[in-house]
Design a binder for this molecule. Structure first.
Ligand code: ADP
Length: 394
């Protein structure tokens, strides 16, 4: 009996032991799988948060606008690459105040106002420096639901180009009004003098009417030139490119201006090679030749010469020149004569019916052909205007 009981007890113990071991193993496996799961979850979270951070960084780095993040104490926590470029930051500005980092009083004051004003839109600021530079700042305080301040964000947009365009537009309007007003007030003056009695004097009558005619012509040229320039600048002029024989185009312009040349005893020389063809818009190219040859006649000397010629330059482009043996152009005016309304001698330009737009039109047309225009001149030695054009077969 005892041996049987002992055997049963031993078997029971063994069974309990095996059951316990198995349960323990199961518990261990369960625990392991849970910790694995937890670890995976943690790893995923870390991955997600670093992905988010990378996305945020990429977003800030790719933004055209400059971004500046400040903490609640007004110290810089982040400045994105666009801002570094805009404000020309080369040093590490982390944890500095705006005043320490950029030395811009107005910006520092704007940041100080933020906690109270919460949001500031469209704040325009001229940056200190040699070159004119403008920015627009939009800024907001960062507050949590309870209204506690955590910092602020300032977004900067470069306004320089817009400001420059605005200045150019204002200057243009002022110039145009001035150019229109001058002949108009002259015309009015002569009409008044005629009405006051000069009309009864046949000699004065004719002289004054001729002057009035001259100034009305000037107004017409001015309006025509203004329209041309405005169309060229807005890209409304569609160029009709064709192979164009340069010598023939220049000759047409010479024929149109022959009587003007005769009045001043100027010899017009066409040195353009017979078979040189450019890819150009014939009408526009004639306008270029007309403006340059007309200037050579207007500003050149009496009994002088005008030459047109061309060669193929090192870059395979056609280089055309219009040369005169007139008084030349002063060094400091060479660049500026291509600007709208710039004249070396205002009175002389007006006397000859000039609008101050001729060379600006030339520049626009040549640029629309993919070319360049420049001038070489020595005082007393004459002036040579150069322009490049593509060859017909390009
Ligand atoms: P404008 O209507 O006054 O002639 P342009 O734009 O054609 O206007 O020329 C600008 C200025 O450049 C002229 O007013 C003149 O002072 C100068 N200029 C142009 N061509 C010549 C030239 N061939 N010789 C000397 N000065 C010139």
């Amino acid at each position: 009996m005892w041996p049987l009981l002992t055997f049963l007890a031993a078997a029971l113990l063994l069974g309990v032991h095996l059951w316990w071991k198995r349960k323990h193993a199961l518990m261990l496996a369960d625990y392991r799988s849970r910790t694995d799961e937890l670890q995976n979850l943690r790893q995923e979270r870390v991955k997600e948060s670093s992905q988010k951070q990378a996305q945020q960084e990429a977003l800030l780095n790719s933004m055209v606008e400059g971004v500046l993040v400040l903490d609640a104490a007004g110290r810089i926590q982040l400045a994105n690459p666009s801002l570094e470029k805009l404000l020309n930051i080369s040093k590490n500005v982390h944890d500095q105040t705006i005043l320490e980092a950029f030395r811009i009083q107005e910006l520092s004051e704007l940041a100080k106002r933020l906690p109270e004003e919460k949001i500031v839109r469209g704040f325009e600021l001229e940056l200190p420096g040699m070159e004119e530079q403008w920015v627009e700042v939009n800024a907001a305080a960062v507050l949590d639901r309870s209204g506690t301040l955590h910092g602020s964000i300032l977004v900067f947009r470069d306004l320089t180009r817009i400001k420059q365009l605005e200045n150019t537009r204002q200057e243009f309007v002022a110039n145009v009004s001035h150019e229109l007003r001058t002949p108009l007030s002259l015309i009015k003056g002569f009409v008044e003098t005629l009405l006051e009695g000069a009309k009864d004097d046949p000699e004065l009558n004719t002289r004054f009417l001729k002057t009035i005619e001259k100034h009305t012509d000037r107004l017409t040229y001015l309006i025509e030139d203004l329209l041309t320039i405005s169309r060229l600048e807005s890209g409304q002029v569609l160029m009709n490119f064709h192979p164009v024989n340069l010598r023939e185009e220049a000759q047409r312009v010479y024929d149109d201006l022959a009587s003007r040349a005769q009045e001043k005893n100027v010899t017009l020389c066409n040195d353009l090679p017979e078979a040189m063809t450019a890819r150009a818009d014939s009408d526009r190219l004639q306008q270029v030749f007309f403006n340059l040859v007309e200037n050579a006649l207007k500003y050149g000397r009496s009994e002088g010469h005008v030459w047109v010629g061309a060669r193929e330059n090192e870059k395979g482009k056609i280089e055309v020149w219009v040369r005169d043996d007139g008084p030349g152009i002063p060094e400091d005016s060479k660049e500026r004569i291509f600007e709208r309304f710039y004249r070396v001698d205002r009175a002389r330009s007006r006397d000859t019916g000039g609008t101050g737009l001729g060379l600006s039109i030339v520049k626009h047309i040549v640029q629309a052909h993919g070319g360049e225009v420049w001038v070489k001149s020595e005082i007393g030695e004459g002036s040579t205007f150069f322009l490049t054009l593509p060859q017909a077969e390009e």
